[in-house]
Design a protein around this ligand. Sequence first.
Ligand code: TYD
Length: 133
Amino acid sequence: MNPSAVHFISLPKILDNRGNLSFVEEYSHVPFKIKRTYWIYDVPGGETRGGHSYKTNQELIIALSGSFTVVTNDGTKEEQFLLNRSYMGLYVPEGVWRHMENFSTNSCALVLASEMYSEGDYEREFSTFIKSK
Ligand code: TYD
C-alpha cells in the first residue's frame, strides 16, 4: 500500500461491556502532527460537503456516528469510501480532490488536520486541480 495514497487506517478499539473506546495519537495512528480538528454535523439530507483539495493539508476523516461516503480523485482515478465505523479513519493526503455525500441522519464527521485553517491552502476549482496534475 502506498502510504501517500488515500487509505483506511484501523484505529485501536478497546472493547468493554460498558461501551467501546477508540483513540488516535499523532505520528502513531496518523502520519502527521494534529494541528486542528473540526467536525461536520446536522447535514441536511442530500447535501454534500467538501468539493476541494488542499495544497499541503493532510486529513484523517472519521465517522464518529452514522455514515457517509467520501469520494476522492487523485487526478487519475476516482474512488469511493464508505465510512460507517467509528474505529476506522480515512487518510486523505494533500493534493487529492474530495467531497463527502450520503450523510445519514445524525451523522458526525470528525476531521483531524495537519495544518491550521488557511483559505490559501484550498483549491476549490476542479478544472484548475486537474490541470495541476
Ligand atoms: P469548508 O472547508 O469550505 O467546508 P466545505 O468544503 O465542507 O464546504 O469550510 C466552510 C467554512 O468554514 C469556510 O468559510 C471556512 C470555514 N472554516 C474555518 O473557519 N475553519 C476550519 O477549520 C474549517 C474546516 C472551515
